[in-house]
Structure formats: C-alpha cells, structure tokens
Design a protein around this ligand. Structure first.
Ligand code: SF4
Ligand code: MG
Length: 322
C-alpha cells in the first residue's frame, strides 16, 4: 500500500528582497507510514521549517510533489485540499504566538471545528472544546481564560488541543518544545507520545536537538543546508550513525555521566567550523567545509542519497558492506 505521506524530489527556493535566490530545500525525498513518528533534525537554517511549510502547503515548491495517501496534492482540487487541511494539522515553536490573544481558549479550540466540522452543531462543539482541554491535561474550566493567563507549557498544550480538535491523521510539530524550559519539554514530549498512541496519529517531529527526538521517533531524518544527509531507524542511527554530519550532531549532545562527558568534550572535533550561509552553499557535498573525513571528490561531486544497510545516506565514503 502507498505510504500515508510521500515527499518526492522536493525543492523550494525563495527570492529575497536583495534579489538573491535562497535555495531552502534541494531534492528532498522520503515517505512516512501511517502511525509512524519521524524525527526531522538539523541545525537552524537547514530547511526544517520550510519542509514543514511545504508539507502544510503554505509554500509552493519550485520542484517536486507532496503525495497524500498515494495521490499528489493539487491546490486546484478544492475538495481534496479541504480534506487534506483537516487531516494534517500543525504545532509551532512559539505557542503563545500561535494563539489569538483576544479569544478565550474555548473559542480558540472551537474555531477549527466551526470551520471544518460545523455539522456537529454548537453544543457538541462547545463540549468537544472542554473534552480537548482535559485530553491535554488542563481543566475544562480553563476554557474561559485568555492565552496570556497561561504558562508556555500550558500554551503548548492548548496548541496541541487545537491541532487535535478536527481529528487529524498527521501532525507536523515544528520545534514544539524548543521555546520551553527543559523541565517542561519532557512533559510535552510525553503528552505527544501518549496522544500519538491513543489517537493512532502520525507525527513529524522537527527539532534541532537530537536528544529530544530520540525517545519519540521510529525513524530520524537528518537535514543539512536543505539536503537529506541520512534517514535511519532511531536505534541504528543513535547506535551507529553512518553520515559524518549525524556523528557531529550526536557528539554535540552533552552526556549526564560526568566521566563520559569529560571524554566527550575532549574528543569533540575542533575547528568543525560555522554553518555556511544557505545563500552560498558549498559545491559538491554541502557538508564538505566541516567534514573531518573530506576527500577531494567531496569538493566537486554531490553525493547521491542512496540505500545503505537499510537506511539512506548521502556520503561518498559510506559504502554498503555487502
Ligand atoms: Fe564528508 Fe565527503 Fe561524506 Fe560529504 S561526502 S560527508 S564531505 S566524506
Ligand atoms: Mg525553524
């Protein structure tokens, strides 16, 4: 059967005010199965949010397609687009920013239901808003309050409730915990994991932090300067990262054991360098200016993302052992 979501050869470029073209994504392809959680990681500016926005149909790709349940999305097919907008919801980084400050929380939760499920009727929609608050760990009475009366973590719970309101099949979470205190991050990740299981949801979980996606994801996709570096199941990726960039990201995660942490800091690649400007990405392998294993071929030839040991890796040095 067709994957629930397929992104095929997707490229997105923007024309900046200065006239320069910014290539935000280049030839990105991957599939997602129903009920799966795919972590999408990379440093800021690597195209994660553009990818989220392209999947949500908020930006138009320069090339490539997004397929839903085996069919390419067609912006001119209004019936299909309405169904897609209901099936695919999103949660963003800044929860307070995403909530209308002049609406009560109950009204915020009712709004998408009136837009997409008006047949339910007023009373049922009101009740559903109260139920949603409880589903995300808030009291139903809190619906009468305004967003500014809530903490960051509570606002993200409201954002999650709003995403759930229309019973989506897939939720795109763009850095949903990055703006929250570390102590709150775990609670929100746990809530998302519980809801994912309870509602049989597919999650795309975007983060710059590999340690955040680990507990939640079935597979992880690593992006660098708008290109896929590696896609692998979570256990293999963390146990044996194949791409030099994945290894660099993993080496950047602090360890809780002080002895291990000292060893980690001692072994960190010195001079790994800054992220190049996405306006002027390096030729050949985009990672070659920071890669500890760079070879002459890397400076001129773009490595093709290919299947190696059951995963996908874009690196000239990674060879299939078979
Ligand atoms: Fe490093 Fe070359 Fe592999 Fe790129 S292709 S990650 S520069 S070894
Ligand atoms: Mg972003």
């Amino acid at each position: 059967t067709a994957p629930q979501l397929a992104v095929r050869n997707l490229s997105v470029s923007f024309r900046l005010k200065t006239g320069q073209a910014l290539q935000a994504l280049t030839d990105v392809s991957f599939t997602v199965q129903a009920g799966e959680t795919l972590g999408i990681v990379g440093e800021s500016g690597c195209g994660k949010s553009t990818l989220a926005r392209a999947i949500l149909q908020l930006v138009t790709p320069t090339q490539g397609t997004v397929e839903w349940q085996g069919k390419a999305l067609n912006p001119h097919d209004r019936v299909a687009m309405k169904a897609y907008r209901r099936a695919v919801q999103c949660i963003f980084q800044d929860p307070l920013d995403a909530l209308n400050p002049r609406m009560t929380v109950s009204d915020i939760l009712q709004e998408p239901l009136f837009a997409l499920r008006s047949e339910l009727g007023k009373a049922a929609i009101r009740q559903r808003a109260a139920d949603l608050l409880q589903a995300v760990g808030l009291a139903a009475e809190m619906g009468n309050r305004y967003p500014h009366e809530f903490s960051g973590g509570q606002c993200q719970r409201i954002g999650i409730a709003r995403a759930l309101s229309v019973e989506p099949q897939l939720i795109v979470c763009d850095e949903p915990v990055s703006a929250l205190d570390v102590s709150i991050q775990g609670q929100i990740v746990k809530l998302l994991a519980d809801l994912q299981r309870g509602h049989d949801l597919t999650l795309l979980f975007i983060s710059h932090d590999l340690s955040v996606v680990k507990s939640l994801s079935n597979r992880v996709l690593v992006l660098y300067l708008g290109r896929i570096m590696e896609i692998a199941d979570t256990a293999s990726l963390y146990a044996e990262p194949l791409h030099p960039y994945t290894r660099m990201l993993l080496a950047a995660i602090p360890l809780s054991d002080p002895q291990q942490e000292r060893t980690r800091l001692a072994n960190i690649v010195v001079g790994a360098g800054e992220l190049p400007s996405p306006l002027n990405p390096p030729a050949g392998c985009v990672f070659h200016t920071r890669c500890p294993q760079v070879q002459p071929v890397c400076r001129t030839q773009v490595p093709v993302c290919r299947e190696v040991m059951g995963r996908q890796v874009a690196c000239h040095l990674v060879k299939d052992v078979n």
